[in-house]
Write a protein of this length. Sequence first.
Length: 76
Amino acid sequence: MTLPDRYVVAAAALVYGWPLAALLAGGAIGAAAFGTDLAAAAGAAAALLAALLMASPLRRRLERATLRRLAVRPAA
């Protein structure tokens, strides 16, 4: 079975990079907007929740694209 590398990289970015980027961005925005640690934590939590909710449709799109390009070959 072969799978293009870009789909593996896209899946890893979706699983690890997307929530981490949202967490950091949400914390930075919360801290910049209100200047407190509590606001930074609330912003990080809200952004992480939004990223996780958005990840499900993105995951489905990635899975469909991957299945279209998946090639099953006999073992040599």
